[in-house]
Design a protein around this ligand. Sequence first.
Ligand SMILES: [Zn+2]
Length: 464
Amino acid sequence: MKKFLLTLAVIFVTMTAGAKTPKYVFYFIGDGMGTNEVAAAQMYLADVEGVIGYKPLCFAQFPYTGIAFSYAANTFITDSAAAGTALASGKKTNSGMLGMLPDRESAAESIAEMAKKAGKKVGIGSTVCINHATPGSFYAHQLSRNNYHAISNQLAESGFEFFGGGHFSSAHDRRFDDGGSYKVAEDAGYTIAMGYDEYKANAESADKIILFPQQEGMESLKFLIDREEDDLTLAQLTESAIDFLMKDNKKGFFIMMEGGKIDHSGHGNDAASTVKEVIDFDNAIQVAYDFYQKHPKETLIVVTADHETGGMSMGSLGQYRMNLQALQYQNMSEDAFSTHLEELGRKVGDVLTWEEVEAELKEHFGFWDKVRLSKDQENRLRSAYVETFGMGESAKKAEEYYSVNKLSDLAVQIMSEIALVGWSSGAHTAAYVPVFAIGAGAENFTGQMDNIDIPMKIAEIANY
Ligand SMILES: [Zn+2]
């Protein structure tokens, strides 16, 4: 009997190992994308069509789903460095630390590094700067996420074949006389492509490549809500990573792509930008899904988030309804609207009239025109106008503090009130994050997990 059981166990192990080892692994991380952000995007898409319900995103239809905790080693509410490290290495660390353990000495090996050792090609991409916390967690080991220069140097040392995202932050740190991050990367054999066209022209001949936006110094890709036609997108990064890594590929690849700006709009409690950024993240995942359809037995796609941002909730102000469709009338992010107002102010010599501001709010938020405001909301906008433009000094202070002016801050706040979306914080929260998976080994990603379980499962399934 014992022998029989053992034989069965051997057969079972052989069967699962043989059938389920993905050659191609995609790991998508939505920075700040909690369960409600995903729900909001899908309910928004239904609401704009006048339907009460939801219109499913691609990744939300993946057959295996779970939920995960995001806490760090030293706090319930993590930052993106500790969460990135957990999702990259399967090790909890303290907030602010990148790819290092709390003992401050040991490096946490990432699954990207393990994949490389296992002979896979590796691609890392993000909508924020490529040496930011989440992408950095996959190739860097630093006591502080703010060591941008050192992080970009470790990018060059990684040898990973593909990188794509916003330009290096702190590319030219005067404390180092190494010629700056671009030169260090080029010396290590990387071709640097500025924009999608330049990437296309160089991809064939390059051994290793970094794809940046065409605009010099642009440290993040634009929000979907602000995007213009030629702007680089996360979907293009994903497509480029696949194409580049499939060049004479024998052993497969590991690709990590981050939707890094869901977090930014979450910090600003900017509901429209957040919802649209989740949709943009889905557009990138759709590219991976198309690849999966061509290689269904050899591909695994895992989608999750590092933490939730903003404490976004569905429903507020004691009402039993939602009005998510109103978000369609906002056509600029809080950040972009703030910059836009400042530029307008400069043009007309720093004093915008209320009528001019009113016209801007109408055009970029649909206020009064498409979206009715209460008397109270209008009064608050007027006093924010006075504070921003009418009283020089205090307006400037508010700007420095929030980094966006009071008026755009209030505009998105009122937009959330109208849509009946609630926010509990301007920072991260400890809320559950979702996990979605499809493909070879995807059945392992169900139920309640800790964030560190996710990379451990990937490494085991993919044989890293
Ligand atoms: Zn954040």
